[in-house]
Design a protein around this ligand. Structure first.
Ligand code: PLP
Length: 299
């Protein structure tokens, strides 16, 4: 049975209950983070907590918690669930009050919830499924204007993902005025002539922790990167397309609206990046790195 965290207590997930008047339930008034854990270490933790704090600021929800407090809570979840590789889901809402009222409460008592789910152990070689890649469709982005906030209000994302599934595809790349920004739960990358390209940060996409990591990793290995807008029609000219997220890492896209991307399997730049990513995880397992020179890999 999985052990979760709710408002200061660790308890079996089935017993973690939130009042019906919680603003997360009534208004979707909350934010969240998803943090990967490899070899018991919280991966890119500072970056995840920095984004969490940014999301809290963006929705004007004050919460005093030190990085160390968050780390202690997450480490306890890892230990109590005896997991080495996992993802931690952390959600904060503006809390529960006695009536349903749009106005923000003067002194909010946030609801803090976290749970953990296992991840597969390190995979040094890509599986045949990885190499096959996934298929995506494109669709107009019907989400709001603040996609840079990691808000729990994900109905539009769910509708857009469902649209892909009903077309027999795996995901949807979201387009505004002919420009592709990201997918329903991941960032977008394209490779052209050996250059890794991703859209610049804006209010139309989430500042993905994996996105930044992939850019950093590419630069470490001398692969050229570029942050610029990607017109939807240019995706068809891509040598490779990838989607990135903390749980998916780097996932190759090999079909786009029924067109084949590259040769229809994961491309050579993806393969290089896959190896670099896994290599770094191996170093974490071996205890060779806890943090890189920037002190930012794992805690
Ligand atoms: N974009 C969206 C809309 C997401 O929901 C996510 C992750 O959940 C990402 C991008 C990737 O973010 P990260 O790499 O921090 O997991």
């Amino acid at each position: 049975m999985s052990i979760a965290y709710l408002n200061g207590q660790f308890l079996p997930i089935e017993e973690a209950k939130v009042p019906a008047l919680d603003r997360g339930f009534l208004f979707g008034d909350g934010i969240y983070e998803v943090i990967p854990v490899y070899a018991g270490k919280l991966f890119r933790f500072k970056q995840h907590i920095a984004r969490l704090e940014n999301s809290l600021r963006s929705i004007s929800l004050p919460l005093e918690q030190s990085l160390q407090n968050w780390a202690d809570m997450c480490h306890q979840l890892v230990e109590r669930n005896q997991l080495d590789n996992a993802t931690i889901y952390l959600q904060i809402t503006r809390g529960a009050y006695l009536e349903r009222n749009h106005d923000f409460p003067a002194n909010p008592t946030p609801t803090i919830f976290a749970m953990i789910t296992p991840l597969p152990s390190i995979q040094r070689q890509p599986s045949s499924q990885d190499l096959q890649g996934i298929s995506v469709i494109t669709a107009e982005d019907i989400r709001w204007q603040r996609c840079d906030i990691k808000a729990i209000t994900l109905l539009a994302n769910c509708l857009l993902k469902q649209q892909a599934l009903e077309c027999g595809a795996n995901d949807t790349i979201l387009v505004r005025n002919g420009v592709a920004f990201e997918a329903t739960s991941s960032n977008l990358f394209m490779v052209r002539d050996g250059v890794i390209i991703t859209p610049p940060l804006s209010e139309h996409l989430l500042p993905g922790v994996t996105r930044d990591f992939v850019l950093w990793l590419a630069e470490q290995h001398g692969i050229l990167t570029e942050e610029r807008l990607i017109p939807e029609h240019e995706l068809l000219q891509a040598d490779e397309i990838w989607l990135t997220s903390s749980t998916k890492e780097i996932r190759p896209v090999t079909r786009l609206n029924d067109a084949i991307i590259g040769d229809g399997t994961a491309g050579p730049v993806w393969r290089q990046m896959y190896d670099h990513y896994q290599q770094l995880k191996v170093q974490l397992y071996r205890g060779e790195i806890d943090s890189n020179s920037e002190g930012e890999i794992a805690l």
